[in-house]
Ligand binder design. Structure first.
Ligand code: KE4
Length: 438
């Protein structure tokens, strides 16, 4: 596969951009080789600078629910651009977007637009602290909420201690206010509320984790968190930046029937443009300035072009909602079940997690239910698998600890190509006699 143009661009990029990328995961650090520079994308395909086409399962890390370059979204953006790119003033599209979000997401009564998922989660935490007048938050290991200081916190040495900075530049002052519990472990949350009575402002989680690979909540887990937060007057925040509009029109909260107090959104909500949002009960949201005393602001928040893209995305969801999520689940289940059959047939040390159009293949025999079990995966085997799949024309997330996404652009025919490529790649990774050369 020719990759000279990508290599030349990567060499140039590293002189002027840290690591040559504007987001670390794109650097292919955990899968080796050099990152591919993408020239264009259409439907289910990415095309790199050297003209190589790939069926892609990243969907730009989630937003591309209907595949790339969807005419309805592109047309909406073109029309919006004619009226200038930004006003820095209220505009009709913001109102329509907010009304749509309130209509789609069951727990949201009011919503504030921002420009990324990180901005949404940072703002939601500050809002929860301002609303409750309490300072500590509970975060779950393996969940990622963007790069805000409150979230770049690792579990302390002893279980149930306060967090420790998980990035240079994050202060101990920030870390002391973040408590850690393991995803799917309700006893640890109970223990933290006993250790810190009256101190905890919020508990934030991905209701379906996507950032340790795809990991589902155990039955009853979300309901138990809801009960604890009600009892302890803790603001329950569902970070649905990834799951929002991905798992259902109303996100994971609709799918699982558990209502948070605040929800953070991103990715799909922008249709591929930089958009995030946070929303929830009016009682809480009205603490945000200029109504309340929790400050939050943004030059390009509610940008009219970004709103046009996001609105077009939500319109597509609305127009297709009768079968959209069933269709996405059907084809994703077909892919996952076919790979699972191959794993069972050859008794491979692999496990798959799936919910709706999100799934992950882990290189471990353990059931992956939390960060510890996710970390039991064989990263060397994942690296081989990733590179083999790339050579077979399938572009996966360049990290084991990411979820894959299926868009409506993945037809049954493309699903069969994904399945056969998985069989070839796994055959080579595990050196099965029956495997065909890549
Ligand atoms: P952004 O600031 O990247 O828009 O959103 C942060 C964020 C918040 N919450 C969840 C659940 C998220 O998944 C994310 C961002 N996701 C990663 C991929 N897992 C974005 C990719 C990247 O960092 O380049």
């Amino acid at each position: 596969m020719k990759t000279e143009s990508s290599k030349a661009l990567f060499d140039a990029a590293q002189h002027v951009i840290p690591g040559g990328v504007n987001s670390p995961v794109r650097a292919f650090k955990s899968v080796g080789g050099q990152p591919l520079f993408i020239k264009k994308a259409d439907g289910a395909y990415l095309t790199d600078q050297d003209g190589n086409d790939y069926i892609e399962l990243i969907n730009s890390w989630g937003p591309m629910l209907f595949g790339h370059n969807h005419p309805h979204i592109c047309c909406a953006v073109s029309n919006a651009i004619e009226n200038s790119l930004s006003f820095g003033a209220p505009n009709a599209a913001e109102v329509k977007m907010a009304e749509k979000i309130v209509e789609f997401v069951p727990s949201i009564e009011k919503v504030r637009m921002v420009n990324s998922g990180t901005e949404a989660t940072m703002s939601a935490i500050r809002l929860a602290r301002g609303f409750t007048k309490k300072e500590k938050i509970i975060k779950l290991t393996g969940c990622y909420h963007g790069h805000g200081d409150s979230f770049l916190i690792a579990a302390g040495s002893g279980a149930l201690t306060t967090g420790v900075p998980d990035s240079a530049g994050v202060t101990w002052g920030a870390a002391k206010d973040t408590l850690l519990a393991d995803f799917n472990n309700i006893d640890q949350v109970e223990a933290l509320t006993r250790q810190h009575p009256g101190e905890i402002a919020a508990l934030i989680l991905e209701p379906v984790a996507g950032n340790m690979g795809c990991v589902l909540p155990n039955p009853g887990y979300l309901e138990a968190l809801r009960q604890i937060c009600d009892r302890e007057q803790i603001v329950l925040i569902f970070d649905e930046v990834m799951t929002g509009f991905r798992l259902a029109k109303g996100g994971a909260q609709e799918l699982f029937g558990v209502m948070p107090d605040l929800t953070t959104l991103g990715k799909i909500i922008g249709g591929g443009m930089p958009v995030g949002a946070f929303g929830g009960k009016s009682e809480i949201m009205d603490c945000i300035s200029p109504v309340g005393d929790v400050y939050q602001a943004g030059t390009l928040s509610g940008n009219p072009v970004a709103m046009a893209a996001g609105l077009a995305m939500l319109e597509l969801i609305e127009q297709n909602s009768s079968s959209l999520y069933q269709d996405l689940e059907r084809i994703t289940t077909h892919i996952v079940n076919s790979i699972q059959s191959f794993i069972d047939q050859h008794q491979l040390p692999c496990t798959l997690n799936q919910v709706g159009s999100m799934y992950s293949l882990f290189f471990t025999s353990q059931k992956v239910v939390d960060f510890e079990s996710a970390k039991s995966t064989d990263l060397e085997k994942f690296k081989q698998y990733f590179q083999l799949m790339l050579n077979l024309g399938i572009y996966l997330a360049p990290s084991q600890f990411e979820s894959l996404f299926i868009s409506t652009a993945i037809t049954d025919q493309l699903a069969d190509k994904i399945i056969s490529s998985n069989e070839k790649a796994l055959g080579l990774v595990f050196e099965l006699e029956t495997s065909q050369p890549a």
